[in-house]
Design a protein around this ligand. Structure first.
Ligand code: EPZ
Length: 420
């Protein structure tokens, strides 16, 4: 079991290049199932979750070629529309094969993802939408067994905003008979990136990025080449790390356009942030204040403050001036990093889905345990500013969503290394 050893107290300075977005790449890889032609993707991050998804697709009969950040998928020989439990249990996003398999093959057998550390995370909205489009869906021995001659366009309304729910239903709808309207759709930029890729493949979609997405079904999709958008959560994570460490960093290969809520909060905390833009290039430069001011926040669907940045902001608030109130409205159990931060000396009180964080003068290094992907990022930020050494255990969570994190942090001046 790998661990990460961090020596705190170093300001982060310098430059780091951001990677492609994990949460855009995962649904877009599944879009390859919708056509018999090759789909080539560039700027694909090299992450464990991406590797897991490629393995899942390959065992269905999809031919996968990968050269660094370029992935080419050919689903012409797709012959096994099944997502087995052993693979789905390690990555919930596997549920994203359900819609495309139904649309392409008329059948799918996908293991229910089961819960995860941050919540029950049911997929009832995915199933409800597919059923409304004419699919017969049963749950048998922990698997969703779905069949449909040809899905029919329908008017769909999700009970809550669901990112992968919107993505699954959009992919199911592109080959359906007639028009599908998804009301209460997720507006996340990753949904828009998926829609852009599907349109490049010949789909007819309008409204992506708003809460009403219209899809006119077509008979088939063709191949395409698509560049994965930058990872806004990775970007926000490094901005928080620099903010807490008191340094000045420049992040390239990314865009500030998807991070308004996060950048607003970092500016409220006292950071000076500017973007450099040219036709072919965008960078974000952050200069941290000597002492951060505490910032309260409430997570909500895009464009509001993203839940995937909540742990990182809890970490910076532990050493900020003043008190912050953090409300988590998306997941029911996404404060597990709080008790680990308390081991470093943080002053945090949890009351239901609200955390009260009182800034302290300093954190002191200790051994802590990562519980989920973004909690790990919060612990790294705390370790970077704590006095002495912090050892983070179970960092396999990190490797799911942050490409070459030690290398990027080291290049920015951090003292961090992986120990077994
Ligand atoms: C996506 O998860 C992201 N994952 C998550 O990122 C992110 O935290 C989340 O959206 C919210 O932004 C990917 O895109 C692969 P939801 P998803 O469906 O789609 C409830 C990370 O760290 N719900 O938008 O699974 C659900 O329980 C990960 O990269 C239902 O009740 O989240 C939650 O409370 C973590 N029934 C809320 O809706 C459903 O059928 C939002 O979940 C679907 C969702």
């Amino acid at each position: 079991m790998d661990k990460l050893l961090i020596e705190g107290g170093h300001r982060l300075n310098g430059e780091a290049e951001m990677s492609g977005a994990k949460n855009a790449a995962l649904p877009i890889l599944c879009a390859a199932l919708l056509t018999r032609e090759a789909l080539t993707l560039t700027n694909v991050p090299q992450l464990n979750d991406i590797g897991t998804m490629l393995k899942l697709l390959a065992q269905m009969g999809v031919r996968v070629q990968r050269e660094g950040q370029v992935v080419t998928l050919d689903a012409s020989a797709l012959d096994k529309p099944v997502a087995p439990y052993e693979m789905v249990k390690t990555m919930r996003a596997s549920i994203l094969v359900l819609g495309p398999l139904l649309a392409r093959c008329g059948e799918a057998r996908v293991s229910l993802p089961g819960g995860c550390a941050i919540g029950a995370r049911p997929v009832d909205q995915h199933i409800k939408g597919l059923t409304a489009m004419g699919a017969d869906t049963e749950v048998e021995q922990g698997y969703i067994v779905a069949r449909a001659q040809r899905l029919k366009g329908a008017r769909l309304f999700t009970d809550m905003v669901t990112v992968t729910g919107t993505e699954n239903l959009m992919m199911a709808a592109v080959l359906a008979d007639g028009e599908t309207v998804i009301e209460n759709a997720a507006r996340e930029p990753e949904v828009v990136d998926l829609a852009n890729c599907l349109v490049a493949m010949g789909a007819r979609i309008s409204g992506a990025g708003t809460d009403v997405i219209r899809i006119q079904g077509v008979d088939r999709l063709h191949g395409a080449t698509h560049r994965i958008m930058p990872d806004r959560i990775e970007t926000g994570t490094y901005l928080c790390a620099a903010a807490a460490s008191g340094g000045e960093i420049r992040l390239t290969g990314t865009s500030a356009g998807y991070l308004d809520a996060v950048i607003d909060k970092l500016m409220d905390a006292g950071c000076d942030i500017r973007t450099e833009k040219s036709p072919s290039f965008e960078a974000i430069v952050l200069k941290a204040p000597d002492k951060l001011k505490a910032v309260s926040l409430r997570t909500a669907p895009y464009p509001a403050f993203p839940t995937d940045m909540q742990a990182q902001f809890m970490a910076i608030n532990t050493v900020a001036e003043g008190a912050a109130v953090i409300r988590e409205t998306i997941f029911e159990n996404r404060f597990m990093h709080a008790v680990e931060l308390a081991r470093l000396g943080a002053d945090i009180r949890i009351d239901g889905n609200t955390a009260f964080v009182q800034g302290v003068a300093a954190l002191n290094g200790a051994t802590v345990m990562a519980t989920d992907l973004r909690a790990s990022a919060g612990l790294i930020i705390a370790g970077l500013v704590a006095r002495g050494e912090t050892l983070i255990e179970r960092i396999y969570h990190l490797d799911r969503g942050y490409e070459r994190i030690e290398q990027k942090l080291t290049a920015l001046g951090a003292t961090v290394r992986r120990v077994s």
